[in-house]
Design a protein around this ligand. Structure first.
Ligand code: FMN
Length: 203
């Protein structure tokens, strides 16, 4: 059983979360986690100005995702940074290439989920995940979030990401904060949970 993890990351936070999601997937017997980058759409000079060229080298070895890989997966969990309270344009562009899959119902019945990252605590993590969910629903996917059974999202003794909609991390205004242990645990939980749901859907 294959759980695909297509992600976009500019400074590495979503990549780190994607690795944790993959760790959770692998906890389920027979589940394979497949990490994939969605294609970059910004020109190199713009990426340079944004300080993204060096950080992106850390995950340049991850293969770029193809639309066919979505169809071949049993479950898909997407990772995107928040951009103005929404998914990033790179992810949107990739999703806009899936019209052919929609026509064929290629993703109908597959488990699908989303995780995210934002600079600030209230900078739109929930709106990013919830607005991403419309794509999953249009494609006929079965929504999988982060249940409160992951008790780490109840914590108020430290600042933390994570909501019933999905795992998340708070990167800080300059990207200076790395995903915390609690946020990584949320990502692992969601990865394991989506693999378990996918196994049940497969029957
Ligand atoms: C164009 C742009 C828009 C952004 N919009 C938001 C936003 O609405 N809220 C927020 O908290 N952070 C915002 N950020 C910060 C990103 O969410 C942050 O850099 C990202 O989560 C870090 O993840 P990454 O290291 O995987 O790229 C924005 C960043 C950029 C470049």
């Amino acid at each position: 059983m294959k759980v695909l993890i297509p992600f976009y990351s500019m400074y590495g936070h979503i990549y780190r979360m994607a690795e944790a999601v993959a760790e959770g997937v692998r906890e389920v017997s027979g589940a394979e986690a497949v990490l994939r980058r969605v294609p970059e759409t910004l020109p190199t000079d713009v990426l340079q100005k944004m300080g993204a060229v060096e950080p992106q080298k850390a995950f340049a070895h991850i293969p770029v995702c193809t639309v066919d890989e979505l169809a071949a997966a049993d479950a898909i969990i997407f990772g995107t940074p928040t951009r103005f309270g929404n998914m990033c344009g790179q992810m949107r562009q990739f999703l806009d290439a899936t019209g052919g899959l929609w026509v064929k119902g290629g993703l109908v019945g597959k488990a699908g989920g989303v995780f995210t990252s934002s600079a600030t605590q209230h900078g739109g993590q929930e709106s990013t995940i919830l607005t991403f969910h419309t794509f999953l629903l249009h494609q006929g996917m079965v929504l999988v979030g982060l249940p409160y059974a992951f008790a780490g999202q109840m914590r108020i003794d430290e600042i933390t990401g994570g909501s019933p909609y999905g795992a998340s991390t708070i990167a800080g205004g300059q990207g200076e904060r790395l995903p915390s242990e609690n946020e990584l645990a949320g990502a692992r939980y969601q990865g394991k949970y989506i693999a378990e749901i996918a196994a049940k859907l497969k029957g």
